[in-house]
Design a protein around this ligand. Sequence first.
Ligand code: PLP
Length: 229
Amino acid sequence: MRAACVRAGRDPASVTLVAVTKGRDPAVMREAIAAGVRDIGENRVREALEKYAVFCPGAAVEQGKCRLRWHGIGHVQTNKVKDAVRIFDVIHSVDSLRLAEKISEQAAEVSKIQDVLLEINVSGERSKYGFRPEESLDALISALCFGNLKILGFMTVGPKESDPENVRKHFRLLRKLFEQARKNLITVKPEAADAFREVSMGMSDDFEVALEEGSTVVRVGRAIFDKGQ
Ligand SMILES: *Cc1c(COP(=O)(O)O)cnc(C)c1O
């Protein structure tokens, strides 16, 4: 990550590493935490709940002693919204206005302002969740109406490619959509523009390209946890 930031003339400290721990057991997670990981990414709410109970038991949370930040990075089903809002500091995968509304409603119930990102399907693959690039600005403006959300930015999952160079154009597009959206917010809703600073893109195979293209949050699993990588 540092090398990629230096290549791109960026400060490595300006980038967040989310360690993606789906399918990893708590013992392995403990090692990562001991090595300095503070941001944990999980793509399924049920699995995240189990781990949250291990690492952030109720008493610790009440005393503000859970030092980890929990990131929801997978599609959230409507019936899981309540749990997602309870445990996730940030939900990266808001892929519809219906979901945005549900999250905001649930957050209101527990007097929380939920940090979220809107997921954009930049590659246009049918198998993927997310707003289409051309609807990203409208989606953002609409989502700003939900009072208990704080919209931090945009997120995408790059297409699977054997050569990460082929993902570059998709990351470049997300960064461009982000810049345009931010510019727009500065004029129409300056108070929302201030919070809108994150571009969540880049995984094990393509995080270096993502950083060169302006990612501020990379979500990395296998490159951290798989042996022999
Ligand atoms: C699994 C996952 C990652 C991490 O993928 P790796 O290839 O293991 O780095 C990142 N983002 C999302 C949304 C994921 O589901």
